[in-house]
Structures are given as structure tokens and as C-alpha cells.
Design a protein around this ligand. Structure first.
Ligand SMILES: [Zn+2]
Length: 212
């Protein structure tokens, strides 16, 4: 994919994050792999709903700015961890969607196995222990869950999703927040129930994720 297209896609994902209420103020950050050792990332201190494609920064594998004005997102180390560790990852989206983040600050976990589509998308969700943002602590804690996870609920912080492309990474973030919200609403009705082990195996077989 060409650079112009990627820049436009990042802007569009930023607008979605804001429209959905997944970020407030200058929260959140988005990046995409440009080449093997170049990455486009949102700048530090910018509202994600108002990004301009030319504002995006290009960094290398060490986080050094290659082009663009200003500083890259302060969470660039978290983004680089995924790219440096996983060849098949081309996009990282990070936000603070309120329901997922509420679980992450309350010490409670929501159920990921309550809806058929949710079971599929959220099957590799990781609950990551708290690490100070912008330091090496957060990437170090996330690294424990690689390469088997693609959705990371960050304790007392928010949510990060990764994928081969931006749209899919965003979709995972939105799907996770949706399942978290269903869990929260279900609490009013006595709590969410899983369809049970046998049904879960059946669903996984239907999706071709389990040998029959
Ligand atoms: Zn954050």
C-alpha cells in the first residue's frame, strides 16, 4: 500500500476513534508499517479526530524521526515492540474505550466467550499487567503475550490491537469494546453467561479453528 493511502487511512481511523468516544483530548495513537524499517505514527499531543495526513511522523526501528514535524506519539516504544517482534503485523491502534478501560481500572475481567462472533475475534485477548506509559515497562509487560495475542487490555490504561492492516486492527478494538459493553449491561440482568464448553468447541469447529 502506498504512503498516501496509509496516511489517509490513519486519519480515517483517528476520526472513527473520536466519533465512537474511544478517545478524549489527545488520547490514543495509531501507526502503520510503511516498509521493513519505517513506520508512520501519529504525532504526540494531537486530537485523533482532527488529524491531517501530513502531520503524521515517520520513524525508524529505534524510534528516530525520519520525517515530519514535532514528536512521535509518546507510546512509540509500544508500537515498535509489535513491529520489531512480529513480521506479519502492519498496524497498531491504541485507545481508551470507556467500557474496556473501566474493566481495566476496576481489577475485573469481562467474559470474552459469550457471543459467537466475539468468541472468534477475542479468542487471543491478553490482560496485560500495568506498566508506566511511555517507558520500557509497558512494552516489557506486553512482550510476555507475544506472539500469541493480538488484543491487549492494558491494566489501568486502555486497549491496544494489532493486525496485518489498519482496518482489521480497528475492527478488533471496536469488537472488544462492544463485548465489554455487553458484559457491563448484562451485569444489570444478573451477569453474562457463556454458551458452555460444548457449544464453544462447536463454534470453533464451525470457524475452522479446531480439528473435528
Ligand atoms: Zn494510552
Amino acid at each position: 500500500m502506498n504512503e498516501r493511502q496509509l496516511r489517509d487511512d490513519i486519519v480515517r481511523i483517528g476520526q472513527k476513534l473520536y466519533a465512537k468516544g474511544f478517545v478524549a483530548g489527545t488520547d490514543g495513537n495509531i501507526s502503520a508499517r510503511l516498509t521493513n524499517d519505517r513506520y508512520l505514527i501519529t504525532p504526540s499531543g494531537c486530537p485523533k479526530g482532527d488529524l491531517n495526513p501530513d502531520q503524521l511522523i515517520i520513524i525508524d526501528t529505534d524510534g528516530k524521526v525520519i520525517s515530519g514535524d514535532g514528536k512521535p506519539s509518546s507510546e512509540y516504544k509500544m508500537h515498535l515492540l509489535y513491529y520489531n517482534e512480529l513480521d506479519n503485523i502492519n498496524a497498531v491502534v491504541h485507545a481508551h474505550p470507556p467500557v474496556t478501560t473501566s474493566y481495566s481500572v476496576s481489577g475485573k475481567r469481562f467474559k470474552t466467550d459469550i457471543l459467537p462472533e466475539g468468541i472468534l475475534v477475542l479468542r487471543n485477548l491478553a490482560w496485560v499487567e500495568y506498566g508506566t506509559p511511555s517507558t520500557d515497562d509497558l512494552p516489557l509487560n506486553i512482550a510476555k503475550y507475544l506472539p500469541h495475542s493480538d488484543i491487549f487490555v492494558l491494566e489501568n490504561h486502555g486497549l491496544t490491537t494489532i493486525s496485518a492492516n489498519l482496518q482489521d486492527a480497528y475492527m478488533k478494538l471496536e469488537a472488544t469494546e462492544h463485548v465489554a459493553r455487553i458484559n457491563l449491561y448484562s451485569e444489570l440482568l444478573g451477569g453474562a453467561q457463556s454458551p458452555g464448553k460444548d457449544e464453544l468447541s462447536k463454534i470453533m469447529k464451525v470457524y475452522g479453528l479446531l480439528d473435528s
